[in-house]
Design a protein around this ligand. Sequence first.
Ligand code: S3P
Length: 465
Amino acid sequence: MTDFLVHPASAPLRGVVRVPSDKSIGHRAVILGALAEGPCVLRRFSFGEDNVSTLACFGALGVRHEILEEAKGGRGGTIRVHGVGLFGLTAPRDGKPLDCGNSGTTMRLLSGLLAAQNFGSVLVGDASLSKRPMRRVLGPLRDRGAHCRGQQHPTKDDETAPIRIAPLIEGENLGPATLRLKVPSAQVKSAMLLSGLYAHGTTVVEEPTLSRDHTERMLEEAGVPLRRLGSIVMLDPAGWSGKIPAFELEVPGDLSAAAFVIVAGNIVPDSVLRVVDVGVNPTRTGALDVLRAMGGGAQVVPKGERGAEPVGTLEISSGLDAEGEGLTATPIGGELVARGIDEIPVLCVAAALAKGTTVIRDAQELRVKESDRLATMASVLRAFGVTARELPDGLEIDGRPGATLRAATVASEGDHRIAMSAALLALRADGPSRVRDVDCVATSFPGFAKMLCDLGARVEEVPSE
Ligand code: S3P
């Protein structure tokens, strides 16, 4: 195991960087590439562990891929996925379970896709993923006729991995589905749309506010008949050819990874940073809106569309004056949470240094991510000397504008976004801090520590004590 030893920032952060390419888009590009009519080339594909889990699962389902160009630094690499067509997947090799690793997106999206096949499969994950709730996808899939089941959750009325999916038998089909979600979820929505490609009848998903819409954009681009109205999407495969044309895609940089660069730039006085080639899909930009309201954030210079996704360059400067003041607390809730669900931990870092109390609400979903992010973030903040109160669905953080935080030793709880958020808090501490167990960072941001060092910070990767 590895820890980060993070030294306080002694100089402004400066430089131009690329962040790993978008994990959400990467998963979907592999899935649609696998279902396409021929070879698909994915450029700047991130070899973060979550995306690699999806690739490996498709390998076991009979979809070959080649690495045409290895990943270099934050650049990602180029792969060719040999699409087998909508009905070309084959039963998992040697009858083995499909290992989704730490990736909830892999497990939930594949559940939808595999529930529609005429072969059976079993989906498993690591210790953290095996604790996460799965009924949200399995229930609606069963309602449309799928034979899928997880394990009874040890404490809640829910199901967890392993997920066992039995085949649809000869002549059996998935039926129509109408799902009204109480909490927005791109993973549940995407699982329903993927199963809907095979269903007899329409798939309708309505969310309280629109979650990330990469699946919809990619399906539309592939000519799949979708209709969208606000946060309602309808897929009606009647009359559709059932063919997804082979495609090429350059995956944009991941705004969820860029958020760590933005906040680092915002909290270290005098920093000037630029992140090139970042996806700026409006369903993902909640954190940018929050940080701007706080007096920080980034300027987005639009650079056109990549596939069906808008991209831009982010220009970042410190939100602080020479005394380290300048950020102001702002409420975080409602659609801002839906549009920035993965960025709440890093927003807590900005809140820790802002004037006033930041109140985060409507974020109960964070309790069932890679860790209970409300509890873990509260304890990380407290370790650095910041007062944080847990709410059932959020946090209250009393900001310490201009403060030098207390150096700390904290646990990542195996959660990549907690590990990286803690590393940023440590940039503003009064001595070196240790973040324990940071191997998880590779799930979404291989090269994170090196990138911070390239910008002028001092982050050592050391063996765990
Ligand atoms: C994701 C959706 C989100 C997000 C996750 C990636 C996706 O989860 O937290 O990191 O790629 O669809 P939910 O849809 O469960 O909110």
